[in-house]
Design a binder for this molecule. Structure first.
Ligand SMILES: C[S@@+](CC[C@H](N)C(=O)[O-])C[C@H]1O[C@@H](n2cnc3c(N)ncnc32)[C@H](O)[C@@H]1O
Length: 198
């Protein structure tokens, strides 16, 4: 097991501060259940944690796969999912979708707080995987820290808006849905992107 997995397992055992259990962002609610909701299709949650969003999607008729490399998080997600149909949780690395047997096409992909922590030498593999499994017209919702300031701690999340453009703009149009600078997060600027697959 890599040290990142080990670190996340430890965080989940102690209770991850981001793991609210059931709160779903207004943007996701809008896309899934709002007045102009997408028709239910296939969804992929990358770095799904304990599965709250994946469960929400499945409850709204989406065939959903949630992936996370933390065995602790995935166990909790499976326990919560219980008998919900159309929902699969896979323990594995989101930068190795082919190895995990994950096949597209997906209509909706989301990543809430995972990609910005992926090591630089695995980021292009992640992008390649997302491109491969999304159909033209698919939406990829991505929430990531977006400060230009690089944090010192090893593995600390880091991802600029320029990097998102550079990595994705060949295959996606990139829009910013929301940006915030959270005092609770120590003034780490974060951005919610909506990427549309060409
Ligand atoms: C900040 S948490 C967010 C979890 C969840 N999306 C949420 O909003 O509650 C980031 C998640 O990404 C997972 N993760 C990080 N790198 C990963 C990788 N390479 N493969 C799979 N999961 C990963 C972590 O285990 C963790 O659950």
């Amino acid at each position: 097991m890599g040290w990142r997995q080990w670190m996340y397992d430890g965080i989940y055992r102690r209770g991850a501060r981001w793991d609210t259990g059931s709160s779903i962002s207004t943007e996701i609610q809008e896309i899934i259940a709002g007045t102009h909701a997408l028709p239910a299709g296939r969804a992929l949650d990358l770095g799904c944690g304990t599965g709250a969003v994946a469960i929400y999607l499945a409850q709204h008729g989406w065939q959903t796969i949630g992936i996370d490399f933390s065995s602790v998080a995935i166990q909790e997600a499976r326990d919560k999912a219980n008998s919900i149909t159309g929902l699969t949780f896979i323990q594995g690395d989101v930068t190795r979708l082919t190895n995990l047997g994950v096949q597209g096409p997906f209509d909706f992909v989301l990543d809430i707080g995972c990609f910005h922590g992926v090591p630089f030498n695995r980021r292009q593999a992640y992008v390649h995987g997302v491109v491969q499994v999304t159909r033209p017209g698919a939406i990829f919702l991505l929430w990531a820290y977006s400060s230009n300031h690089r944090f010192r701690a090893p593995g600390a999340p880091f991802m600029t808006k320029t990097e998102i453009q550079d990595r994705f703009s060949a295959d996606f149009t990139v829009d910013i849905l929301r940006q915030h600078d959270s005092a609770a997060e120590g003034h780490w600027e974060a951005t919610l992107y909506a990427l549309h697959r060409r």
